[in-house]
Design a protein around this ligand. Structure first.
Ligand SMILES: CC(C)(COP(=O)(O)OP(=O)(O)OC[C@H]1O[C@@H](n2cnc3c(N)ncnc32)[C@H](O)[C@@H]1OP(=O)(O)O)[C@@H](O)C(=O)NCCC(=O)NCCS
Length: 159
């Protein structure tokens, strides 16, 4: 893990955690693909039991976050994002592995995710053992109205 990086996990939508995640959200997602969430979407999902948000910070500055929703023994990685100026330093992978660790600790046995078919993040997921499940045509709508396919991936974990 990058020296000085701290990870904090929130099971409720604490104001500072939501604000920090939104700071990264605004910078991280290209509006062309319509993947970023609004503050009200983020605070709404945090009201659902079994959802957790992990924020990566360096000297209190938010650099990335992961958002996971779980139901019984399954979970879904809803969002993973790193500030563009801090990419390629392992922060995304640290957040992903921490999310998997948290899931295991909570007795969860699988993690699912959807990712735009052209997203480089697929490399990160495959590297960490996720397997392709299927394609969902036109899953994302960009701000220009163009539709983009999503691929769904799954990781089955041995507890
Ligand atoms: C995806 C994202 C979170 C990766 O964060 P990151 O901190 O740059 O990733 P890491 O430095 O931890 O990379 C880990 C591994 O992922 C892969 N990877 C990550 N970004 C990649 C890229 N742009 N191109 C190719 N491989 C990439 C590599 O295999 C890398 O391992 P390596 O350095 O050993 O080759 C970041 O690019 C991001 O925020 N993207 C925009 C938001 C998004 O699309 N999120 C995913 C869908 S919700």
């Amino acid at each position: 893990m990058m020296p000085g990086l701290s990870l904090d996990t929130y099971d409720q939508g604490e104001r500072n955690a939501l604000a920090d995640a939104m700071e990264v959200m605004i910078r991280a997602f290209d509006p062309a693909y319509g993947e970023a969430w609004t503050l009200s979407q983020l605070s709404g999902v945090m009201l659902m039991p079994g959802t957790w948000l992990t924020v990566a910070r360096l000297d209190a500055a938010p650099l990335g976050f992961a958002l996971v929703r779980s139901v019984l023994d399954e979970c879904e990685l809803l969002l993973l994002a790193v500030d563009p100026s801090w990419r390629g330093k392992g922060i995304g992978e640290t957040l992903l592995r921490d999310s998997l660790l948290t899931a295991r600790r909570r007795g969860i046995t699988s993690m699912n995710l959807e990712v735009r078919a052209t997203n480089n993040a697929i490399r990160l997921y495959e590297k960490n053992g996720f397997e392709y499940v299927h394609r969902r045509p036109g899953y994302y709508r960009g701000n220009d109205g163009q539709l983009h396919d999503a691929l769904s991936f799954r990781l089955d974990m041995l507890i």
